[in-house]
Design a protein around this ligand. Structure first.
Ligand SMILES: [Cu+2]
Length: 144
């Protein structure tokens, strides 16, 4: 009788463990997709999505982001020149590094390199996007 009770307990503990593990896995996956951020540019020419190359985005580490640039029809925009600015407006300082958009990847995405958040808090990333001599701007507010 005791053996049956013990087996039942063990099975119960394992099923609780399995449920907990799947919850943890799901929240990790959700976190991954949540870290991508999308904004429409000021003049509404483009839709820009920033996705960290790896998560979590740690304070004090240099990391890269992929930048997806699409027009209003959802088509990839090629040959854009993208300048990066930003910092912490509430603290009156910029980035501790000089992040750049180095070029376009084979996938059509752009790579934003050298970004570092030197402390926790509210950060802003501003992108100036020039395509064939026409410029547009977009601003991302990130809570790091
Ligand atoms: Cu600061």
């Amino acid at each position: 009788m005791q053996q049956i009770v013990r087996n039942h307990l063990i099975r119960r503990i394992f099923s609780i463990y399995a449920v907990l593990m799947s919850l943890l896995l799901n929240s990790a996956l959700a976190e991954n997709t949540d870290s991508a951020v999308t904004q429409v540019t000021q003049s509404q020419n483009y839709v820009v999505t920033l996705t960290p190359v790896s998560t979590p985005v740690e304070v004090g580490e240099i990391h890269g982001w992929t930048l997806t640039l699409q027009n209003r029809e959802g088509e990839t925009v090629n040959g854009a020149v993208i300048k990066v600015r930003g910092g912490m407006p509430h603290h009156g300082h910029g980035f501790p590094t000089h992040p750049v958009v180095s070029g376009q990847l084979e996938s059509g995405d752009y790579l934003l390199e050298g970004l570092k958040f030197s402390m926790k808090g509210a950060w802003v990333i501003e992108l100036n996007i020039s395509v064939d001599g026409t410029s547009d701007k977009v601003r991302f507010n990130l809570d790091i």
